[in-house]
Design a protein around this ligand. Structure first.
Ligand code: ZN
Length: 186
């Protein structure tokens, strides 16, 4: 569980450390707000993505399934600034399918942790792989990182792309081509 009281105290110190007055009207409740926000954006630390994926159905389906243009937001663990974008999540079932909202829910759980985009994609692919024993899994994330848009090199509008494939979606050319064709469609 996120300790909101600890965050409040720590954030009041940060306000003080940048030379601002933590008692000033506009800032007085900021430590509380930040504590509540952190409890929300790091709520995935207490949750297990494989649990969300646990309720599937035996359908005998073994063709590629994809959900794409799923908007997500996560927190870069290097700067504690958000990165936001879209996800495409694909898998080839081994007979067993899962509700589309469960895929999105697993993404949400993993995104609501201190993250790097590369690991977020890999963890989601592995959670789907282990929960569904899928024949193949692919996760493609495209996101803009505030730590690169608002500071440092200051390049708003960029898109960082990370792609992770497992099983047949890594090894079988025809399945990879199907994946890329579906990714390309609007
Ligand atoms: Zn960063």
């Amino acid at each position: 569980m996120v300790d909101q009281e600890k965050i409040e105290k720590a954030f009041a110190s940060i306000i003080d450390a940048i030379g601002e007055d933590p008692k000033r009207e506009g800032l007085a409740y900021s430590p509380q707000r930040v504590a509540r926000m952190y409890a929300e954006v790091f709520s995935g630390l207490d949750e297990d993505p494989t649990e969300a994926l646990g309720t599937g159905f035996e359908e005998g389906h073994d063709e590629l399934v994809m959900v794409k243009n799923v908007r997500f937001s996560s927190m870069c663990e290097h700067h504690f600034l958000p990165f936001t974008g879209t996800a495409a999540i694909a898998y080839i079932p081994n007979g067993r399918i899962v509700g589309v909202s469960k895929l999105v829910r697993a993404l949400e759980i993993l995104a609501k942790r201190p993250q790097v985009q590369e690991r977020l994609a890999a963890q989601l692919a592995d959670a789907i792989d282990s929960s569904l024993k899928a024949q193949g899994v692919a996760v493609v994330l495209e996101a803009e990182h505030m730590c690169m848009s608002c500071r440092g090199v200051e390049k708003p509008g960029h898109q960082m792309v990370t792609s992770v494939s497992r099983g047949l979606l890594l090894t079988q050319d025809s399945k990879r081509q199907e994946l890329f064709a579906l990714l390309g469609q609007r």
